[in-house]
Design a protein around this ligand. Structure first.
Ligand SMILES: Cc1ncc(C[n+]2csc(CCOP(=O)(O)OP(=O)(O)O)c2C)c(N)n1
Ligand SMILES: [Mg+2]
Length: 326
């Protein structure tokens, strides 16, 4: 089952594919470089979930703000973050988004409305609900989007924020990336309700379930929610059913309780293959176009790695600059 093509011009639709491929290739490279000891800290990959970030962000414009999670590369790229500065941050260099001191889980770019990745599960939900209040007070029609996992939907901030956002009719999208696991714990072991979206009813707002591997379906759900938010009608909870292909983090040797057959079944539902097929069926993509797109992406990533490797590490005397606690 694939969604119908959305009412988007062909170049926008190809741009969705380009962003999804960029996320995937960025993370494949980041994973390799992490394992090679060139990237520090922790890296959580979004591979398999690319349609969520790209589908939602395609429905946004520059005045809109988003917040991310510990699994944040996809949201950054979909909102337009600079690959050089992202890669330099992963490499721990001065030219990175956090001057090399934050790493994968702290990339933020206020200039593009990306308020930050966040290592605290559910922490971002409260921050971006504040951005929703700010957008309402600014009165320029901006919306705020919270991306979070199924695990985060069990935490207090989720419930408190949905309640206040619904009550104040904040212009918000709450986008649950339900990949069926919180680290090593299956969702079924932590909540009794099959669909996280069902919780919306408890707060008096719409809750929709969408195929999170279908970028067009995600876009359409987001577009409807954005229109509602811009009209002053309040928030929507969108639950995107998806799956991460890799372990919880890229750290070697961590347990992964998932059955191989389950992982492979989801890999056969690859969101990138699906979008490629949809574009080909519409005559908007051919082999040459895809090869050119892949070539540009690989070139941009090679340049980003070269930029990172050529950049200096922070100096010891800068250790206490730009940090809140040291
Ligand atoms: C407040 C808090 N509790 C626990 C952790 C450890 N932790 C990191 S990621 C994670 C699982 C999050 O699962 P989910 O929200 O479903 O996101 P996913 O990793 O599946 O994208 C946990 C428990 C944390 N970082 N912060
Ligand atoms: Mg999860």
């Amino acid at each position: 089952m694939t969604s119908l093509s959305p009412n988007l011009p062909p170049d926008k639709q190809r741009e969705m594919l380009r962003q999804m491929l960029t996320i995937r290739r960025f993370e494949e490279r980041a994973s390799d470089d992490y394992r090679a000891g060139k990237i520090y800290g922790v890296v959580h990959c979004y591979i398999g979930e690319e349609a969520v970030a790209v589908g939602v962000c395609t429905a946004l414009d520059p005045r809109d703000r988003i917040i991310s999670t510990h699994r944040g590369h996809g949201h950054c790229i979909a909102k337009g973050a600079d690959l050089n500065r992202m890669m330099a941050e992963l490499y721990g260099r001065q030219t990175g988004y956090c001057k090399g001191k934050g790493g994968s889980m702290h990339i933020a770019d206020f200039g593009i409305g990306m308020l930050g990745a966040n290592g605290i599960v559910a922490g971002g939900i409260a921050i971006v609900t504040g951005a929703g209040l700010a957008a309402q007070m600014e009165g320029k029609g901006g919306v705020a989007v919270s991306f979070f996992g199924d695990g985060a939907s069990n935490a207090g901030p989720f419930h408190e924020c949905l309640n206040i956002a619904a009550t104040w009719k904040l212009p918000m999208l709450y986008v649950c990336e339900n990949n069926m696991y919180a680290a090593q714990t299956a969702a079924a072991a932590t909540h009794a309700l099959g669909d996280v979206a069902g919780r919306a009813a408890g707060y008096g707002i719409p809750g929709v379930v969408v195929d999170g591997n279908d970028a067009f379906a995600v876009y359409q759900a987001a577009n409807t929610a954005v229109a509602r938010a811009r009209a002053g009608d309040g928030p929507t909870l969108i639950e995107c059913k998806t799956y991460r292909w890799r372990g919880h983090t890229e750290r070697a040797g961590q347990p992964d309780p998932r059955e191989r057959a389950e992982v492979e079944a989801w890999q056969r539902k690859d969101p990138i293959t699906l979008l490629e097929r949809q574009l080909r069926e519409q005559g908007e993509l051919d082999d040459a176009g895809l090869r050119a797109m892949e070539g540009e992406i690989i070139g941009a990533l090679e340049a980003a790695v070269a930029f990172a490797e050529a950049s200096p590490f922070p100096l010891p005397e800068q250790a206490t600059n730009d940090v809140f606690a040291a």
